[in-house]
Design a protein around this ligand. Structure first.
Ligand code: SF4
Length: 234
């Protein structure tokens, strides 16, 4: 972005979006000294608190708990998955079941500690019954909360896991096998799509593992390139 006026306009658009998301989340009071850069950990806690008891879509009927997000609000890598499974629903934390354990290992294989270096969230925060796919109206209803998380964390790189995360963020119907293998520009964030760890567990062949490994290395390269040129403010 060469023109500084365009950079300022982009920042203002981001602030306006964040304020709209906070309004949609039901936040009624804002402390002007904390706007537009509230502490991301506080902001995420507030968003999670405001979301409790959400009934904006029919997934509220099948959930036990809302699995809002986990990890560091100051992370430069955000991992976006599909929706909570049984264990996530029970613990109210995304990616803690078998797929979550694989995700932890996948991230560690390229040097990311999931708690310290990543913020992890799903497209929908409530478990669809019998782990069915989320429906378009459910994805649309939950989307403002994912956008609020993205606006708060402001990652440099997004690792999008599986069809739903990649398709929702990129606004495409293309499958993950076609989408993966290259980086995309998503709202000035580098988005790297790859297979969902649950898919890798169901398809233990070497071919998919190798492709996922390539994607993780790509995410790591993009992360290193961007963090070396974009230091985080204190
Ligand atoms: S999936 Fe999202 S929009 Fe639907 S009830 Fe849960 S938190 Fe609310």
């Amino acid at each position: 972005m060469d023109d500084p006026r365009e950079a300022i306009a982009e920042s203002l658009r981001g602030i306006a979006e964040t304020l709209r998301h906070h309004r949609d989340l039901g936040v009624r009071e804002i402390t002007l000294s904390r706007v537009p850069f509230p502490d991301p950990e506080d902001a995420l806690r507030e968003q999670e608190r405001a979301l409790q008891g959400c009934t904006r879509c029919k997934l509220c009927q099948s959930r036990t708990n809302i699995a809002f997000g986990s990890g560091s609000g100051r992370a430069r890598l955000m991992v976006v998955g599909e929706g909570p499974g049984e264990e996530e629903d029970r613990q109210a934390v995304p990616f803690v079941g078998r797929a979550g354990q694989l995700l932890t290992r996948m991230l560690a294989s390229v040097g990311f500690d999931r708690e310290r270096d990543c913020y992890i969230a799903n497209v929908v925060k409530c478990r669809p019954e019998r782990n069915r796919n989320p429906e378009p109206d459910e994805v649309a209803a939950c989307n403002p909360f994912l956008m609020a998380q993205l606006d708060t964390v402001q990652p440099l790189v997004i690792l999008a896991l599986g069809n739903f995360a990649a398709q929702t963020l990129l606004g495409t119907k293309e499958g993950i096998t076609k989408l993966r293998g290259k980086p995309y520009d998503y709202r000035s964030i580098v988005l790297v799509p790859t297979f969902h760890p649950a898919f890798l567990l169901r398809n233990p062949g070497q071919e998919f593992k190798r492709m996922a490994w390539d994607d993780l290395k790509l995410a790591r390269r993009e992360f290193d390139r961007l963090t070396s040129s974009t230091p985080r403010e204190a």
